[in-house]
Design a protein around this ligand. Structure first.
Ligand code: GAR
Length: 221
């Protein structure tokens, strides 16, 4: 029998990654059940997406707590009360301390819109665009106590074109986010994710063929 993993999704904004997870569950590709969607922002459109799919929601506004510990204890309590096994950060714009992470050891995933460890922090897409890289992408990783520093599960690479704007690059990256996040969660649901120090191995995953990418393309070299 297939194992269904109970997930809790933490959001702050639009929730397009949440939507890709919901869609992947609906089309039978992702063996997960979203037990709760929690937002620190009552206005987040992600909450509407959850409600439209009959997924329980909670708003936990960090500004209503005395300190970070109180806020995080509240998050932990709600997630535990919904038997959440894996916490999925999907555009959640608060930093989580080791108090929270210790409650879910190596069971908090995050998506970042850049090829980590480059362009950590906020606006990873714009940072990469402004830097002038020829490739960027996105990364799903386990969260640790640093900012965007935890062990990497999967990455997608996209080219940057001469006529890109920060916005067009962001859209290209986001499209890949919507593919790799459900895949990473499915690897976890299937019990195929092995963490060895900084390295994550996905049992029986197919590797990219040995090849290189060039942008611009090489001409006779
Ligand atoms: C996504 O691009 C995600 O990678 C990014 O926020 C966006 C949320 O979009 N996360 C971070 O920058 C975290 N440092 P969504 O609400 O439409 O899923």
């Amino acid at each position: 029998m297939k194992r269904i993993v109970n997930i809790g999704v933490l959001v702050s904004g639009s929730g397009s990654n949440l939507q890709s997870i919901i869609d992947s569950i609906h089309n039978g590709k992702l063996d997960a059940r979203i037990r709760i969607v929690i937002s620190n922002n009552a206005e987040a459109y992600a909450l509407k997406r959850a409600e439209a799919n009959n997924i329980p929601t909670a708003v936990i506004d960090h500004r209503q707590f005395n300190d970070r510990d109180d806020f995080e204890m509240n998050l932990i309590e709600i997630l535990n009360s919904h038997q959440v096994e894996l916490v999925v950060l999907a555009g959640f714009m608060r930093i989580l301390s080791s108090l929270f992470l210790d409650a879910f050891p190596m069971r908090v995933m995050n998506i970042h819109p850049a090829l980590l460890p480059s362009f950590q922090g906020i606006h990873g897409q714009t940072q990469a665009y402004d830097y002038g890289v020829k490739f960027s992408g996105c990364t799903v990783h386990f969260a640790d106590a640093g900012i965007d520093t935890g062990p990497i599960i999967i990455q997608a690479v996209v080219p940057v074109f001469d006529n890109d704007t920060a916005d067009s690059l962001q859209q290209r990256i986001l499209k890949e986010e919507h593919r790799i996040y459900p895949q990473a969660i499915q690897f976890f649901a299937e019990g195929r994710v092995v963490i060895e120090g900084r390295k994550v191995r996905v049992i029986n995953s197919r590797s990219m063929e040995e090849s290189s990418l060039h942008n611009p393309l090489l001409e006779d070299f």
